[in-house]
Design a protein around this ligand. Structure first.
Ligand SMILES: Nc1ncnc2c1ncn2[C@@H]1O[C@H](COP(=O)(O)OP(=O)(O)OP(=O)(O)O)[C@@H](O)[C@H]1O
Ligand SMILES: [Mg+2]
Length: 235
């Protein structure tokens, strides 16, 4: 079957290309949301504000009606901003990886009943921005899996700064059901999340381990060595 089956090598190339295409597409959608949707919503908000200040004789019922619409638009605005942030986390560029991870954990807490804890061990140091974006994506996918599949009520993210940098995302959920299922099997079912995480870790010259059991939940461990990362091209 050689030359026809899925091999580790062509899986790597495939996942890397999908990952890159996904990143480009996310950037495009995020810009679009920022430049059009968010601006339009802000414009409507301003129009309503102006209408209110130009029509102070409105009765209280009509005023309340408009204020309720303003509140709804503000909520939508916040949701779209979050969406845009998740698509292209400019928070990484502005504040760095750790605040970006805090942002992911807060977003998870707000949108689910899962509690989150962040542990930082060792002396934190910044990575380059491309590396930080890749790490962010890995943690984002891990947390999305926790939310969608784990039935956990707690997820702990630990970052250990030693000679290398280790990231652990540990949930207390039900574990990955069929632990015999390999990443290739998942991929053949169209499930690309874990494979994408592992490929991203490899892009950083590192690797990813999954430890999962029904009674202890799932832990994803990513180890990134210090030093040059030969596989990394700019994202
Ligand atoms: N934290 C977790 N707890 C329990 N099960 C998990 C967890 N993470 C992954 N899984 C299981 O492993 C499978 C593969 O995960 P993967 O992220 O590759 O795919 P997916 O989440 O199903 O789809 P995609 O990520 O492509 O949208 C999931 O379908 C789920 O059954
Ligand atoms: Mg997934």
């Amino acid at each position: 079957m050689s030359g026809h089956g899925i091999t580790d090598k062509n899986v790597s190339i495939f996942v890397e290309r999908v990952t890159r295409a996904q990143e480009d597409e996310r950037l495009r959608i995020s810009r679009e949301l920022h430049d059009t949707t968010i601006q339009s919503l802000i414009m409507v908000l301003h129009q309503l504000e102006r209408y209110l200040s130009d029509n102070q004789e409105l009765n209280i019922m009509h005023m309340r009606f408009i204020i309720n619409i303003q509140d709804s638009i503000k909520t939508i605005l916040q949701e779209v901003r979050h969406l845009s942030q998740n698509l292209r986390p400019s928070i990484i560029d502005h504040l760095g990886l750790l605040p970006a991870i805090e942002f992911l954990l807060q977003t998870l807490e707000i949108s689910s009943s899962i509690k989150t804890i962040l542990h930082i061990e060792g002396k934190s140091r910044p990575l380059n921005k491309d590396m930080e974006l890749i790490v962010f994506r890995i943690i984002q996918e891990a947390l999305s899996n926790v939310k969608r599949h784990s039935e956990a009520n707690l997820v702990e993210v630990t970052i250990k700064f030693e000679e290398d940098i280790r990231f652990y995302i540990a949930d207390n959920g039900k574990g990955i059901e069929d632990s015999a299922t390999s990443m290739l099997d998942f991929m053949q079912q169209g499930k690309l999340g874990l494979a994408g995480m592992s490929e991203r870790a490899k892009l950083l010259g590192g690797d990813m381990k999954i430890v999962s059991s029904a009674d202890k939940g799932t832990t994803i461990e990513i180890c990134i060595p210090e030093g040059p990362t030969p596989n990394l091209r700019t994202y």
